[in-house]
Design a binder for this molecule. Structure first.
Ligand code: ZN
Length: 246
């Protein structure tokens, strides 16, 4: 009887230890195990609580911009760390829905400079810095544009100070520049797709999982419902652009 009781104590003890290890990183586990719907991955959503929260005006250039709650919490910590170094981070753009991205894309699509261009040529030119609706990381609520939408801003003065801080510290809070300089390393690490964006920072603890699910769920045929969508397939939007990250 005594042996049975001892065995029971050992089994319960082992179970407890196993639980402790299993819960070592509950936040990451929870994030990684979420399943995102096709609509979430394509931005066909209304970002709202409880999954999303509004970025406070102390961190943003305008009211009403949203991020996933976990992303906003991490960003607030990054923002605080920046302030401690007298660096000011301002979100210019957070979550963008499919229809928001569609309005950006179609405004560019009808620019007078494209008179006489083929659809493929137009799409390729717009794709230098803008995503096709349904293929933007901004749909996911994980990515932010910071301070300025011009690379030059980050190359001198105040902007350089901001960029130095982000390069040094953003990853400590989960944020990474995904659209890096192309061909930065002549031997490896080259990437396709968008040009460099020093302003665009992505919260990879969630975005990496969303990209994984995007790749297994979405095809070029799902990128549809806007002017020029027909070129998504021949431009291999998912391979060359959605996955054209560092
Ligand atoms: Zn961006």
């Amino acid at each position: 009887m005594k042996n049975v009781r001892s065995l029971a104590v050992i089994v319960v003890g082992l179970f407890y230890v196993q639980c402790l290890f299993a819960q070592k990183n509950p936040v990451t586990d929870k994030v990684n195990h979420l399943t995102y719907s096709k609509n979430e991955l394509l931005g066909r959503i209304v970002p709202s609580p409880p999954l999303f929260s509004e970025i406070p005006m102390s961190c943003s250039s305008k009211s009403g911009m949203m991020l996933r709650v976990e992303v906003l919490n991490a960003f607030k910590e990054l923002h605080q760390a920046a302030e401690e170094e007298d660096v000011r981070l301002t979100v210019m753009s957070g979550t963008r829905t499919f229809s928001h991205q569609k309005s950006i894309w179609e405004r560019k699509w009808v620019r007078p400079k494209y008179m006489g261009w083929s659809d493929i040529e137009k799409a390729r030119d717009i794709l230098s810095y803008s995503s096709m609706p349904g293929s933007s990381r901004h749909h996911w609520g994980t990515d932010v544009d910071l301070n300025s939408l011009e690379n030059e801003y980050f190359e001198s003065g105040e902007g350089l100070k901001v960029y130095d801080f982000l390069e040094r510290c953003a990853s400590d809070f989960g944020f990474y520049q995904v659209y890096t300089e192309k061909n930065r390393d002549s031997n490896a690490n080259t990437r396709s797709g968008y040009e460099e964006e020093k302003w665009h920072w992505s919260y990879l603890p969630i975005a990496n999982e969303m990209l994984k699910q995007y790749n297994s769920t979405i095809s070029n045929q799902d990128i549809d419902g806007f002017k020029g969508a027909v070129s998504a397939d021949s431009l291999k939007i998912i391979v060359n652009y959605v996955n054209g990250i560092f």
